[in-house]
Design a protein around this ligand. Structure first.
Ligand code: PRP
Length: 203
């Protein structure tokens, strides 16, 4: 049996559609219910929805053999897993954004609101800039508007959320997309089956 961790939410639905189009279907999975685990006994596969941020934890510790995670989460958590495939879906970018009229003072410590403290710290360390990180869980766009932070480090997909809150991109940090990851020992012992999944998924 291969156990697959999928990220609950928008990205997970896109990834699941890739699995389904590759012949890996799980009855009921897209039904609007609270069920978390689904089995395909014919293919000997089991998949489950977990919070996107938790996918690398399930995979690293072997509760899942493989999983799909956003590159943002992999960069942030730096799990000890194999990154096997760019699933070429969920394209977006990590960016620094601020109010439209923001003017940076490089002499000052920059207050950065983010869900990604490690990505933010690495980025500003590479620039030699001192920052004060304010870690939040979502709705980051509020932080500069309310004066909680100077900038945000967040995911930008269409740019609509920034625009509607009178914010602008200052810098792009990196491109992002969904990746297929594997537990290291599972990849060793179940390599045939996992490679078959990669072959079929490979866009
Ligand atoms: C993400 C991100 C932005 C938004 C960007 O939030 O944090 O708020 O999407 O998308 P856009 O550029 O297409 O507008 P998400 O909807 O995942 O929810 P969150 O605010 O709870 O993180």
């Amino acid at each position: 049996m291969i156990n697959i961790a999928l990220p609950k939410g928008r990205l997970g639905e896109k990834v699941y559609k890739l699995f389904a189009a590759s012949g890996y279907e799980f009855p009921e999975i897209l039904d609007n219910n609270r069920k978390l685990i689904f089995e395909n006994q014919e293919l000997n596969l089991r998949c489950f929805w977990v919070k996107p941020f938790d996918v690398p934890v399930y995979v690293e510790r072997g509760a899942a053999d493989i999983g799909a995670a956003g590159k943002d989460i992999l960069l942030e958590r730096n799990p000890d897993v194999y990154e096997l495939l760019d699933l070429k879906t969920g394209f977006c970018r990590m960016a620094v954004a601020a109010k439209n009229d923001f003017v940076d003072d490089p002499e000052k410590v920059l207050r950065v609101a983010t869900e990604f403290p490690n990505i933010s710290q690495n980025y500003y360390s590479s620039l030699g800039r001192e920052i004060d990180i304010i870690t939040l869980r979502g709705s980051l766009e509020l932080a500069p508007v309310l004066g909680l932070s100077d900038v945000i480090v967040d995911i930008v997909e269409t740019g609509t959320t920034l625009k509607q809150n009178n914010l602008k991109v200052l810098n792009f940090i990196t491109d992002l997309s969904a990746r297929l990851i594997a537990n290291k020992s599972a990849y060793k012992f179940k390599s045939e089956k996992i490679n078959e999944i990669i072959r079929r998924l490979n866009p």
